[in-house]
Design a protein around this ligand. Sequence first.
Ligand SMILES: [Zn+2]
Length: 126
Amino acid sequence: MTQTLNDQLNAYRAGLDAGRLLLLSCRSCGKRFHYPRHRCPGCLGDGLEYTEASGQGSVHAITQMSTGGDGSRLVAMVELLEGPRVTAAIVSEGEVSVGDTVVWASAEDVNAAGCPLTFRPVPSAL
Ligand SMILES: [Zn+2]
């Protein structure tokens, strides 16, 4: 049975709520992608299933955004180990650069960043 976009979104959000980053995989061509869609962006197939991402990736691009006053936050495009790129918050006490390795953050970091897609540099990358 083909899932609707709402089915895809609900499953994706349930994954985030459980601390899991889910990627859709196409049964026809094998493409993995993020964010939820009801058809594969590679072959337009509708046979899709969720798989859990490893939570590992690297910084593809990064910027510092002002949050007003003296506040700011790091926002990055993270290339996941599985290939898709996601826009995410970065929580770090140090500098973060393009190419640094990052991992899916803890629930504590997610709450601090106020963003469900949050990553943290691995200690060796600091
Ligand atoms: Zn496909």
